[in-house]
Design a protein around this ligand. Sequence first.
Ligand code: KIV
Ligand code: ZN
Length: 524
Amino acid sequence: MTVTTPVSQRPADRVVIFDTTLRDGEQSPGASMNLEEKLRIALTLEEMGVDVIEAGFPIASNGDFECVREIGRVVKTSVVAGLSRAARMDIDRAAEALQYAERRRIHTFISTSPLHMKYKLQMQPDAVVQAIADSVGHARTLVDDVEWSAEDGSRTEPDFLCRCVETAIKAGATTINIPDTVGYAVPEEYGALIRMVIERVPNSDKAVFSVHCHNDLGLAVANSLAGVANGARQVECTINGLGERAGNAALEEIVMALRTRHDAMPYTTGVRTEHITRASRLVSTITGFTVQPNKAIVGTNAFAHESGIHQDGMLKHAGTYEIMTPESVGLNRSTLVMGKHSGRAAFRAKLKELGYEEMGDNAVNDAFRRFKDLADRKKDVFDEDIVALVDDEVGRQNDRIQFVSLQVVAGSKGPQHAVLEVEVDGKACAPVVSFGNGPVDAVFNAIKQAFPHEARLQLYQVQAVTAGTDAQAEVTVRLEENGKTVNGQGADADTLVASARAYIHALNKLLVKREKTAPAALSA
Ligand code: KIV
Ligand code: ZN
């Protein structure tokens, strides 16, 4: 087990990494995650050495409350934070959600810019200052670690910002966050703002200063680093830069920039960077937000060298075109894992190496059966194949609807149709035959026939897990029902089987959502 050093004992150049994938990241439309998925991400972040995990906004919904509470229960080394507005009720709810967390933080915020105070809050500046004193003071009666954020801080009038910050620290805030909420700042100006606040606020030495930058102008990472260069020692960020609108600063970019350019930016983090690729893939699979191929650090092309001149240079010396190694971000150069003769023990060892230590026996057996099946059909089985296959298996044993088999007639002659077998609540259903406008439509119609529902398809996305025409397909399906969205994933060497699995996965998640809101509406 790794132990995170308390903030107060950290060296002056240590930057606290505060991950908000599960809160700000989830605010991206369509990126909703369920409890089991959030727990997996939280444990991955903890394993990675993230200092603070913002687990949710407990007052926002019972689901959010439950996620913060359960993450607080399982995460041991990272601080778990819950967000709250500057209202007593919000703060109490956040504290209640954090009750089991070994290391807990209440993160409370209020807007401070003239625009937000006038139109959004409809409050006078003096009332905002009073609300800061009251909310932070109240939070401090419940927990020792309180963060206060000035929402729209970068567009706040400087004197007023300093007054608010001083008030928050006096009331007991131990971290002060100055967000660039709308992604409007530019690096020099934002860095100067952070420096100005630290220099002018008389009690600034009693708090850690934090940056939280949105990416509307593509400057979130640059702004965050400018904040660090000017005294901030906490960066709020998300895996893959997930977040509202254009997203937040990407964790992997911040961490790798600090590591790779330590000569220019002499600051350290506690992140074990070899976990970055795994975390990126997990978040992308769960949310259905694919990473663009040329995305820094985690894009599929980030370490690819296509042109002849570059390849030649790389062969002579990797440093010619590579400023960091793929291994440093956990990207093993496509290792050939195992073939069809590999046994269960080797498979288990591989799972452990890939970070699936907590899998139960049933899930391992199911995954092993599917691995054997894949190895029969696919010449080379890579780590990525195993990850896709296992992600398709984890947490699905108790799903109400289980995929059994699928046969599809496709091609130009038609009519395209699908023959689908599923089990519902442990009972085998008679095979259904359904026609459609193409094979995918036929498959989805067959699922609707086997299990009637009104949910609307919002996203259907296919990605190849590895190169080659025998690659597994990884499919994401997003369904929407009564304003609630869920993402389902499926992987298989057959794209249509992967599509059916992804749709059924999404449908199962919707059923769980329905169960939580209206138990009576459960039957199909
Ligand atoms: O962008 C923002 O201002 C926020 C705050 C709630 C910290 O997310
Ligand atoms: Zn934000």
